[in-house]
Design a protein around this ligand. Structure first.
Ligand SMILES: [Zn+2]
Length: 196
């Protein structure tokens, strides 16, 4: 028998924030699923499948709903990010056609990566951008559990504009789904004005 100490976490569903309360000590048989120290928890490398990695950095997002850990594989050096979230009702995205799907920042990431191809934007810059977009969306959501795909697209555009204008225009063309070519040209003219 071993003793494990767990923090008790009180979750307030309304605000999405949590408070750390007292600690609880439980005695039970050791299980490979539980670890005393969070930092000992390893995650499998997405590239080489090694289970040996180290945490480079832990960061809480602006709205306090997630903790991100930058990880580095000790076998091949590949860097990835893991997310820890309060289990809550998922955030749903309302698409233009009315269908709903679970919010997933990696989908926004795929869109952004396809627009930043062959541009000299570092992976770190893209990851930071995605974190900022997600933070902004979570803050915008507040107590809501639904957001439109348009709102997400607008936020991504707003932030992408500060990173790279070529990527911004590419993303706008795809994501903003311009109704016609005039609208697209209008956007480019507006951009021109902002640059001059
Ligand atoms: Zn690896």
């Amino acid at each position: 028998m071993e003793h494990y100490v767990y923090p008790l976490v009180f979750v307030s569903r309304n605000s999405g924030r949590y408070l750390l309360g007292t600690t609880l000590s439980i005695a039970f048989s050791p299980s490979p699923l539980y670890h005393k120290d969070e930092k000992e928890e390893k995650m499998r490398c997405p590239r080489c499948s090694s289970l040996e990695d180290k945490v480079l950095e832990s960061r809480q997002n602006a709205s306090g709903t997630a903790i991100r850990r930058r990880r580095e594989c000790l076998a091949c050096g590949y860097r990835s990010t893991s997310y820890e979230r309060i289990e809550d009702k998922p955030v749903m995205v309302i698409k233009r056609d009315g269908r709903r799907e679970m919010f997933d920042i990696s989908k926004v990431g795929r869109g952004i990566r396809s627009c930043t191809e062959k541009l000299s934007i570092s992976e770190h810059r893209i990851e930071t951008l995605l974190q900022n977009i997600e933070d902004a969306i979570m803050l915008k959501l507040g107590n809501r559990r639904e957001i439109s795909s348009t709102e997400i697209g607008e936020e991504a555009l707003r932030q992408l504009k500060t990173v790279d204008l070529v990527a911004y225009v590419r993303f706008a063309a795809v994501y903003k789904a311009f109704n016609d070519i005039e609208q697209f040209i209008g956007e480019i003219k507006q951009l021109d004005k902002e640059l001059n």
